[in-house]
Design a protein around this ligand. Structure first.
Ligand code: PGA
Length: 255
C-alpha cells in the first residue's frame, strides 16, 4: 500500500539564513512524522547544510534538478553523484519551469530519470498541461505522453523508487488550484496508464502527488481523493506553519 508523500519545492526563493531557519522549524514541528513521507527541496547551494540539519529526523532532502551526465564539461550544471554526496535522497525532474522556462524536452528529462535511478536517487517525475492545452481538451494526451516518455526504459523494479507528480501548469503559483475532481480525473488516468505499462501491483504502489497552489485549506480535500497520494508544494512550503498544515492534512487523509 502506498504511503502519502508531501514534498516542498523551495524553488529559487529562500536565502541561506532563511533556508536554515525554515529547516530548523520543520524539524521541530514535523521532524517526528513517520506515517507520511516528507521531503524538502532547497536550492543546490543550501542542500548540504539543510540535509545536515535534518539528518536525525524524518524529513528527507531532494534537489530541484540535475544533469543527465555524471560529470563533464557542463558549465553551471550539477550532477547526480554530487547530489548524493550532499545528502539528497530525491530529485525533482521535469518540473514545468524546467520544461517551459528552460526548454527541457521529454527526451532530456527521461535521460535524467534513468541516470537518477541508476545512481540510487529517487526521482519525482513531474508533468502537467498548460491552460491552452486544457482548453483544447488535450490534457489526457499531454500528460499521457509526458508519463510514457518520462519513464521510457524504467523497469517495474525501479518504479519502487519513482514518484509521479501531476502539476497542471495553470495551477502552479497562480493561486488557482485544480478542483479535487479535476485532479482525481488526471491521477486516475495516470494510474490506468501505469497499470498498462507495469501491471496492477506496481501501479497500485506508485505515489502520484498533486502540485499547483496546494495550501492547508485545500490539501485535505485534494488528498481525500482515491488517487491523490500527497502533494508537491511550492509557495506554501516556504512557511513552517503552512507546510505543517499540509502535512497534518496528509496524516488525516491516510488511506
Ligand atoms: P505552487 O508550486 O505550490 O507554488 O503552486 C508548486 C510547484 O511548482 O511544484
Amino acid at each position: 500500500m502506498r504511503q502519502l508523500f508531501v514534498a516542498g519545492n523551495w524553488k529559487m526563493r529562500l536565502n541561506g539564513r532563511q533556508s536554515i531557519r525554515l529547516a530548523g522549524r520543520l524539524r521541530e514541528r514535523v521532524g517526528d512524522v513517520t506515517d507520511v513521507r516528507l521531503a524538502v527541496c532547497p536550492p543546490f547551494v543550501y542542500l548540504k547544510s539543510v540535509a545536515e540539519l535534518l539528518s536525525e529526523c524524518s524529513i528527507d532532502v531532494g534537489a530541484q534538478n540535475m544533469h543527465a551526465e555524471e560529470a563533464g564539461a557542463f558549465t553551471g550544471e550539477v550532477a547526480g553523484p554530487m547530489l548524493l554526496d550532499v545528502g539528497c535522497r530525491y530529485v525533482i525532474l521535469g518540473h514545468s519551469e524546467r520544461r517551459h522556462v528552460f526548454g527541457e524536452t521529454d527526451e532530456f528529462i527521461n535521460q535524467k530519470v534513468l541516470k537518477a535511478l541508476s545512481l540510487g536517487l529517487e526521482p519525482i517525475v513531474c508533468g502537467g498541461e498548460t491552460l491552452s492545452q486544457r482548453e483544447a481538451v488535450q490534457t489526457e494526451s499531454v500528460v499521457s505522453d509526458q508519463l510514457k516518455s518520462g519513464l521510457a526504459g524504467v523497469t517495474a523494479e525501479q518504479m519502487a523508487k519513482v514518484t509521479i507528480a501531476y502539476e497542471p501548469v495553470w495551477a502552479i503559483g497562480t493561486g488557482r488550484t485544480a478542483t479535487p475532481q479535476q485532479a482525481e480525473d488526471v491521477h486516475a488516468l495516470l494510474r490506468a496508464l501505469l497499470t498498462e505499462m507495469y501491471g496492477a501491483d506496481v501501479s497500485a504502489d506508485t505515489v502520484i502527488q498533486y502540485g499547483g497552489s496546494v495550501k492547508p485549506e485545500n490539501a485535505a480535500e485534494l488528498m481525500a481523493m482515491p488517487n491523490v497520494d500527497g502533494a508537491l508544494v511550492g509557495g506554501a512550503s516556504l512557511e513552517a506553519a503552512s507546510f505543517e498544515g499540509i502535512i497534518r492534512a496528509a496524516q488525516s487523509a491516510r488511506k
